[in-house]
Design a protein around this ligand. Structure first.
Ligand SMILES: [Ca+2]
Length: 559
């Protein structure tokens, strides 16, 4: 098929040819007298027609040229981890650039407080209750749940359903070349079976089996030189893909393993952030116990900060390549995370304050995300939007930006944010979450509804509700459920209706639950485990800290 630009050159060549013919005719035959006026008109037409044609065909060319997409998904990255969001400790100049040059949604959510469910929502445009992946794939459920808890979490789907048309399949069907790099963790069927033509590093695992430095022990990613950084490698793979595919529309889905545990960095970065933390050393405890788990109260983990810097540098590599390939002006960049920062459980690596909780938990720290969209020609640089938006919205938004028809029967729980990207708001939309599991970070089986500024959390262990006004209480410190029973009742009713409509799976009572043993466990969390954590995290800042002999393989030459 001929491109609009090709037609332009044909037309221009044609016009010049005909003009020469006419001019030759007039000059050679002298059948008609050549007046100065006629020559002038011809010269004028010749001089302006190519410009008119160029404009005409260029406009067709622009209208037909679909934007590229670079979708960057970080893992376990807390919204408060970025300098653009107020972190004074971590340094994220490249990620901040996306926020500053595009639109930053200040109420942007993942559909779940853990990873697989929210990843599947981005791919399908459906809430976890509907696609069925309600917990991170691999977590125990039902009678296999061996912990001494009040309820048994329900079974959940372990694969991205084949009958769904994924975001990648939709774009591929629309003529896009689709590329995936990094963490998949949405089942045993790899990205190639869900619409991605190229896959660098995605398979069933949720954390990098060989850590963050080559050798990676990853069946989908060839090892680099020993000690190579994983996020930098994933960025280089993405940059190479962009460079090779710059002439046709593409989707580059860069799904970092960072900053999920294990936390690992190079000694140089550890030193930099160790020194930074020492400039204003934290006094007293780093952790407080909030209900079920210790929660980090300060960002001063030099290992995690080093990981943040590596991921940010990797983002910079991709941004630079977009410019170098000449496609930055026609590429939509999206940046988000799959769940909140790990302030408790796993590596206890960051603090989400002033938000309560973190990954795995039902408060804002678990579900509020960095949610940035830079759409050249659509978003105003440096704009913000407070409309509550969620992971299911990316799918229809990207279809509309691509000029493709929406697929409402697929992305049933998402809406296109294009009107919001142009400055409109939609404050009345109600959002829902359902996490009938415990997870590893102290999360409690619960369902959530957000309507306007109000947020109600319903707990499935005991049936109680918490009610917060997020406009006045972003830290969810004042439970208004007993003071505003009517508001709580209305929201709870709406939430119940939604749970029924979406066939939400529910936990059941655990017949083996032992409350006495549980009280002993809780006491251990408050005392022994907390003391152990304080010691471990203070050690990260000791001048002679050394995790192992070659710094997790990053210092390969050191003996
Ligand atoms: Ca995650």
């Amino acid at each position: 098929m001929k491109l609009a630009s090709d037609w332009f050159w044909v037309a221009r060549r044609d016009f010049s040819y005909r003009f020469i013919k006419i001019k030759t005719y007039y000059c050679s035959t002298l059948v008609f007298p050549i007046t100065k006026a006629k020559i002038h008109i011809f010269i004028m037409i010749k001089s302006i027609l190519p410009t008119i044609l160029l404009g005409f065909f260029a406009s067709i060319s622009v209208a037909q040229k679909k934007p590229n997409f670079v979708f960057i998904l970080a893992d376990d990255l807390g919204i408060k981890d970025m300098s653009a969001e107020g972190s004074n400790y971590h340094e994220t100049p490249n990620i901040d650039t996306i926020a500053k040059q595009g639109m930053r949604f200040t109420n942007g959510y993942s559909t779940c407080q853990v990873c697989s469910p929210s990843r599947a929502s981005i791919m399908t445009g459906k809430y976890p209750t509907r696609h069925g992946i309600t917990d991170w794939i691999g977590a125990a459920s039902g009678v296999n749940w061996k912990r001494n808890d009040q309820v048994l979490p329900p079974e959940y789907v372990h694969e991205l359903p084949k009958e769904d048309t994924t975001l990648a399949e939709a774009l591929r069907n629309g003529g896009y070349t689709t590329f995936f790099a990094g963490k998949w963790h949405i089942g045993n069927t790899p990205p190639e079976q869900h619409g991605f033509q190229i896959n660098k590093g995605g398979f069933h695992r949720g954390s990098p089996p060989g850590g963050y430095f080559s050798p990676y022990k990853n069946p989908s990613l060839k090892d680099g030189p020993a000690g190579e950084s994983l996020p930098i490698r994933l960025a280089n793979e993405t940059a190479q893909f962009i460079s090779s595919n710059k002439d046709k529309p593409f989707l580059a889905y860069l799904s970092f393993y960072s900053v999920h545990g294990p936390i690992q960095t190079k000694p140089k970065l550890w030193q930099k952030y160790r020194n930074k933390a020492q400039q204003n050393p934290h006094q007293g405890d780093r952790f407080i116990v909030d209900r079920t788990q210790s929660v980090r109260q300060i960002q001063d983990c030099p290992i995690y900060a080093g990981m943040m810097e590596s991921m940010d540098k990797a983002v910079g590599i991709v941004l630079k390549q977009l410019k170098a390939s000449g496609v930055a002006d026609n590429t939509v960049i999206i940046f988000t995370s799959d769940n909140g920062g790990v302030s408790s459980g796993d590596q206890f690596a960051t603090s989400c304050l002033p938000l309560r909780g973190g990954k795995g938990r039902q408060w804002e720290g678990g579900i509020l995300q960095p949610y940035y969209i830079l759409a050249p020609g659509t978003t105003k640089p440096g704009s913000t939007n407070a409309t509550p938006v969620i992971g299911t919205d990316f799918f229809p938004t990207m279809l509309e930006l691509a000029g493709m028809p929406l697929q409402p029967e697929q992305h049933v729980d998402g809406i296109s944010l294009v009107p919001m990207l142009k400055g409109q708001t939609n404050p009345d939309r109600v959002l829902y979450w359902h996490y009938p599991h415990y997870g590893n970070q102290g999360g409690e089986p619960s369902s959530i509804i957000r309507s306007g500024d109000w947020k109600l959390i319903h707990y499935h262990e005991c049936g109680r509700d918490e009610l917060y006004n997020l406009a006045e209480d972003i830290g969810e410190q004042t439970d208004l459920a007993s003071r505003q029973p009517e508001k709580a009742k209305t929201l709870r009713k709406k939430l119940n209706t939604w749970l029924k409509e979406t066939n939400a799976r529910m936990p059941v009572a655990n017949p083996k639950f032992d409350p006495v043993k549980r009280a002993q466990q809780d006491e251990k969390t408050r005392t022994l485990l907390k003391a152990k954590l304080e010691k471990k995290h203070a050690r990260f800042l000791k001048p002679d800290f050394k995790p192992n002999k070659n710094w997790w393989g990053s210092n390969v030459t050191e003996d």
